[in-house]
Design a protein around this ligand. Structure first.
Ligand SMILES: [Mg+2]
Length: 196
C-alpha cells in the first residue's frame, strides 16, 4: 500500500473527526485526496502531531468523535516522547495513526530507525492500545476496532516508500489553516450540542 492509498482510506474514515496531519508529503497528499476544514496540517512542525493531537483530545468533549493524528515514522522518531506523554495523560478520545514507510519520504528517502526500532512496542509499553496492518482492508478494520477502546490508541500502518507523483505543494497560509480548523471545531461542537 502506498501512502496516498492509506490516506484515501483515512480521508473516507475521518470525515467527522478532528484530524492533525504531519508536514510535507503526507499533508499535501491528504489535501490532494480530500481537503477539509477538519484537517489541521502541521506545516513545517515535524514531530508534533502526537503533542497537538494529545492536547486537543484532552481539551475536547470526550463524547465527540476521536481526535485522529496522522504521523510518519521519521517524524514520530524525532519526538518519541509523545508516546509516554499520551500514555500517561491517557485521553480516551485519541487515535494516532503511524504511516511507516521506513524512510524520510519528503527528504530523499534516507532510512529512519523504524527498521530496527519497534515503534508499536514502544507505544504499547507507554500504555497505548495498539494494532498494526499493511493493507487497506486491515486499516479499515483496525481503525474501527480502535474507535471502541477507552484509552489512547495507536495504529501502526506499514506502507511502501515513495511519494505520489504530481501532487502540488500545500501553500495554504498556516494562520488561515489554524483559523479554519478552530472554526470547524467550534461549529462541530455547537452542532453536537444542538443534536444532544
Ligand atoms: Mg517515513
Amino acid at each position: 500500500m502506498r501512502r496516498i492509498e492509506a490516506l484515501e482510506v483515512l480521508a473516507e474514515l475521518c470525515g467527522r473527526h478532528p484530524v492533525v496531519v504531519t508536514c510535507a508529503a503526507t499533508s499535501r497528499e491528504l489535501a490532494a485526496v480530500r481537503d477539509g476544514d477538519n484537517h489541521f496540517y502541521l506545516l513545517d512542525a515535524m514531530g508534533l502531531v502526537g503533542s497537538v493531537a494529545t492536547g486537543l483530545a484532552l481539551g475536547l468533549d470526550p463524547d465527540r468523535p476521536k481526535v485522529v493524528g496522522i504521523e510518519g515514522d521519521g517524524s514520530l522518531l524525532m519526538n518519541p516522547n509523545v508516546l509516554p506523554t499520551g500514555g500517561y495523560l491517557a485521553p480516551a478520545n485519541l487515535l494516532l495513526v503511524l504511516l511507516d514507510n521506513g524512510v524520510y519520504g519528503s527528504t530523499g528517502a534516507l532510512p529512519t530507525y523504524s527498521s530496527r526500532v519497534d515503534v508499536e512496542a514502544l507505544a504499547a509499553a507507554a500504555g497505548w492500545t495498539t494494532r498494526s496492518t499493511d493493507t487497506a482492508d486491515g486499516l479499515r478494520t483496525a481503525f474501527a476496532d480502535l474507535l471502541d477502546v477507552d484509552e489512547p490508541a495507536f495504529l501502526h500502518v506499514r506502507i511502501e516508500p515513495g511519494n505520489a507523483p504530481d501532487v502540488a505543494k500545500l501553500l495554504l497560509d498556516p494562520v488561515s489553516l489554524r483559523d479554519r480548523f478552530a472554526r470547524w471545531l467550534r461549529e462541530d461542537h455547537l452542532a453536537a450540542g444542538r443534536n444532544s
